[in-house]
Design a protein around this ligand. Sequence first.
Ligand code: SF4
Length: 454
Amino acid sequence: MLDLTPKEVKERSALRINPCKTCQPVGAMYAALGVKRCMPHSHGSQGCCSYHRTVLSRHFKEPAIASSSSFTEGASVFGGRSNINTSVKNIFDIYNPDIIAIHSTCLSETIGDDLGSYIMDMDIPEGKAVVHTNTPSYVGSHINGYFNMMMGFMNYLTQSTGASNGKAAVFPGWVNPGDIREMKRIARLMNVPATFFPDQSGVLDAPMTGKYEYYPEGGTTIEEIRGLGDSKGLIALGEIIGVEPAELLKKKWKVPSTLLPMPVGVSYTDAYVSALQKLSKAEVPAELEAERGQLVDLMLDSHQYTYQVKVAIFGDPDVVIGLTSLALEIGMIPKYVITGTPKEEFTRKIEALFAKYGVTGCIAKANSDLFELHQWIKNEPVDLMIGSTYGKQIARAEDIPFVRAGFPVLDRYGGTLLPIVGYNGGIRLVEKITSALMDRFDRDCADEDFEIVM
Ligand code: SF4
């Protein structure tokens, strides 16, 4: 399949092959789906909207609702003002959301549509809201679109009464609904009442009830977003995705914030638990301590299979930083670590992890692609790959065991319901990694080494 990828690596600046990212509106749409009774709206042509919905539906195996301004030639020439005015009226009339979250696309950005002024002139029904953000896809990635949409909601809605509401705010970053449920469970165990924003749990993992609902039960409410300015403290998870939303809340409403890596593995989950503890002053409950102990025990038990194993890790920056930390905790060598998102901070964070664990000869790169990763692997192979489904052709071409994690995972089921964060998520990851390596050992070993007990 990818057998013809050449070994010789050439520096490329104007071309990405098999990119390790997607476009900004995908992120904006995913963020908007984490708000209760919200209709994400794509201001552009139907093709963009269909693609964005499709990639989300294929990953979550759930319908991802969204509407489109349905640009045709006329809007492309004269601008999309009349399209958005008609769209907003029709959406409230037909689909009755509480809020519409508009994001732009390449086309509307190139035309120069001023969504902010269009919204100011709209007739918005009483009790309803319309917010927007700009998501030009020729810069950044879906990660930028995600935090831009978060800031769109906060810019329009967040207020401060001057008195604390006694709640923490948690920005979970781009993770699956199963991860958000786990983060919320840990916050509950730590006795920290918190608003999670956005919150796709209960939306993109809604149970089968036999009745289709446009707006499932989950999502952060408009009132909760308004109240973010009164939070007693913010924990922003994801040091790349969380920076700008955390800055906004701090600058605008003086909410003190703690920026942390995604809580993947022992030390990063410890950091999340400690940040919650600072807010609640509560003891860490025995239940969490036991989970931590189980994860450490599992890491020790399986160490013989993971120690010094060379691994390539790729995907979204914050998840990849978390996975790299966990890989180092179990003694692996993260030989190649890449993201497609152009954030140099990613490279610095990964290199700091290499230095902390004393590993050398490893490469970290932001704004990279899977073609480049494949070329590196052809020159110096790895024993394992961890990342999104888009790595499966490389894994097949090079015959490398492959663990799926991150976004998107299009060719497996159930992963979005289960966490990779927290101590329980760490247990799941170590089990997946170790099983992939042991399956490979079983496949390749001589008959005399093929053991029932391993
Ligand atoms: S045209 Fe732009 S917004 Fe639309 S799908 Fe392509 S990259 Fe995304």
